[in-house]
Design a protein around this ligand. Sequence first.
Ligand code: PEP
Ligand code: MN
Length: 351
Amino acid sequence: MIIIMEPHASDEQINKVVNRVQELGLKAILNKGEIQTVVAVIGDETSKVPSTDVFDELSGVFRTERVQVPFRLASRTFKKEDSVYEIIPGVKIGGNEDLLVMAGPCSVESEEGIMQTAHAAKAGGAKVLRGGAYKPRTAPRTFEGLGELGLKLLKQASKETGLAVVTEIMDIRDLDLVCEAADIIQVGARNMQNFSMLNELGKSKKPILLKRGMSSTIDEWLLAAERIIHHGNERVILCERGIRSFDSKYTRNVLDLAAIPVIKQLSHLPIISDPSHGTGKTAYVKSMTLASVATGADGLIIEIHPDPENALSDGPQSLKFHQFYDLMEEVKQVRSLVKPMYSPKKSPAGV
Ligand code: PEP
Ligand code: MN
């Protein structure tokens, strides 16, 4: 961490800063320029200085900047090798494992629909069935999911197909119920900074799919992951699902593809891409899926539906089954081309 003093800060102001650093059990090294002084702080600042405010509020301080990344447990510095998790026996994600495809409807709508979709997901090569039982909907009086029945149907579909299940938790009071059906618990974009929920999920044993908040920075996202790990659950999977920008006329969100190599450089956690929410339009799902694979994503989560036009949520971004099958063939080709380039020793970020 460095503390940059204001131009011509007095010796008294500089000494106060140095004393504060030392009181916190850290070492201060002064770098005196002709106009400005910079105080370098040496030591384990993450636990001793939870907020840079302690220095920023002192008189004569211009700005305090952390040099180390603010997340520790989620960082590459803490763990150099890619994290790999086994979701269910034989199904893994991360590192050198196969690309993990999760597919299914936005929401579980009916028994027939989810069974059909689960078989289609499996036929296309997915190993995980997605489907919301509790849906975050902006407008009230829209379909908010089948709740407990939806979870039961997911469990039934999983039993019938052998697919693992990923489903979203909306209320931490449903944790036990959700855990009965889910092999991966999804935290949606809207809950990425629901800190009390993240704390509780840290105590769970299930892997957590942490979607990026729609206006969250990469640091905020990794700090949300850090919180889950800090509370005891190391198995966090990140999901880039697009962020809000100024132009939502043609795409629902802006799928931040660059976030994939950035995360690979900063963190050991696996990262998957959600081109369905990332674009909001079926027409663009294919290209963004292939691009995500090309950037080194560890997996994909894709919305598919037997009849997108009549879906109860997110029909406009869902693929029909035949579109999903075709896409999966192309995914295999791109993956086989890029995989040798992205082996752990040569990750997308060259770390
Ligand atoms: C979803 O996966 O259907 C969903 C609601 O995603 P997000 O939280 O990314 O909007
Ligand atoms: Mn959806």
